[in-house]
Design a binder for this molecule. Structure first.
Ligand SMILES: Cc1cc2nc3c(=O)[nH]c(=O)nc-3n(C[C@H](O)[C@H](O)[C@H](O)COP(=O)(O)O)c2cc1C
Length: 319
């Protein structure tokens, strides 16, 4: 089966957004990345606990860890695994952030393959669930080592890998290199999931038709667009994707808002929903002005009223 996964994205893919994506047909989702050291030092810390929530209706969940030291990461993975909540542990070896990669975490591990190997091996040994690794193509254009790195992951006992087809140096610029992702699949005997620049259902189907990966992982293409998973399902079944109506979009935003309010203090829910709303209404008529109003709006009651009005105005203009 060609799997369609939701990428881990800090600040975006919390249990609520993941639940909405699962409802639309996503096969597998990941937590946002969690610090192994942070977990070991303060497992009860609120921020960490929130990141670790598995929503009631999430059919599966892989927890993603990041860290620098193999023993620390393996110990955290083992303890988390023993909680019996997660279906897998993913090791982040792709994060390009300034606070992460230069200090040897995330994509920084692609510069220290011995450390990365040890981390994978120890984590596999510590866990009773499958361990996967998410990586980039390399640290920079002069050090594209994903083929060797993926081979090493297989040797360490990792059960699948995801490759984002860019180097750390590229961050999110340029185009993801799917040829190198295909070369990784040729190189190893474990499933390989391709990641990078899937923004439409057609993009995903094209990757499936190319037959170079066992599935795809979608990040930015799902922001404000959980329907991408439904559209992919429709195309896979040979159906014309169900058209997305403004009412359906409004109902999703209102529901997302309600779920947010039920899970955190109103002030935080209001702040976090602003970015989601911005993504949901991207490209719609009057979006810029509506976004500005929502961003100024201090409470949920008023925000929900504005959302209702925005969609009513749209209907009136269309009538
Ligand atoms: C805001 C944001 C946060 C991200 N956080 C994570 C993360 O926590 N762990 C991770 O492995 N990748 C993270 N990524 C990278 C994505 O998982 C994905 O690899 C990247 O966005 C490329 O895929 P796309 O072109 O489909 O967006 C993040 C990306 C974005 C845009």
């Amino acid at each position: 089966m060609f799997e369609v996964r939701l990428a881990p994205m800090c600040g975006i893919t919390d249990h609520i957004f993941r639940t909405l994506c699962y409802e639309m047909g996503c096969d597998l989702a990941y937590t946002e990345m969690i610090s192994a050291m942070g977990y070991l030092c303060a497992p009860e810390q609120r921020a960490t606990k929130e990141l670790m929530i598995r929503g009631e209706n999430e059919p599966k969940l892989v927890l993603q860890l990041f860290g620098r030291d193999p023993d620390t990461v393996a110990e955290a993975a083992g303890r988390i695994c023993a909680l019996g909540i997660y279906d897998g542990i993913d090791l982040n070896m792709g994060c390009p952030a300034k606070k992460i990669a230069p200090s040897g975490e995330g994509c920084g591990l692609m510069r220290t393959p011995e450390t990365a190997f040890s981390m994978m091996k120890k984590t596999v040994a510590a866990c009773s669930v499958p361990v996967s690794v998410k990586m980039r193509t390399g640290y920079d254009r002069d050090h594209i080592n994903v083929l060797e790195f993926a081979g090493m992951a297989e040797e360490a006992g990792v059960s699948s890998i995801t490759v984002h087809g860019r180097t750390r140096e590229q961050q999110y610029s340029g185009e993801a290199d799917w040829e190198i992702i295909a070369a990784v699949r040729d190189r190893v005997h474990i499933p390989v999931y391709g990641n990078g620049d899937i923004f439409t259902a057609e993009d995903a189907l094209q990757k499936q038709a190319a037959g170079h990966t066992d599935g795809v992982m979608i990040g930015r293409g799902a922001m404000g667009n959980p329907w991408i998973f439904r559209e992919i399902r429709d195309l896979q079944a040979g159906r014309e994707p169900k058209a997305l109506t403004p009412e359906e979009k409004r109902d999703m935003i209102v529901r997302h808002y309600g779920m947010m309010l039920a899970s955190r203090p109103e002030k935080i829910a209001v702040r976090e929903m602003r970015k989601h709303i911005g993504w949901y209404i991207r490209g719609m008529k009057g979006a810029a002005q509506f976004r500005a109003e929502i961003n100024r709006c201090p409470d949920a009651k008023q925000a929900l009223k504005l959302i209702g009005q925005f969609f009513e105005n749209l209907q009136e203009e269309e009538a």
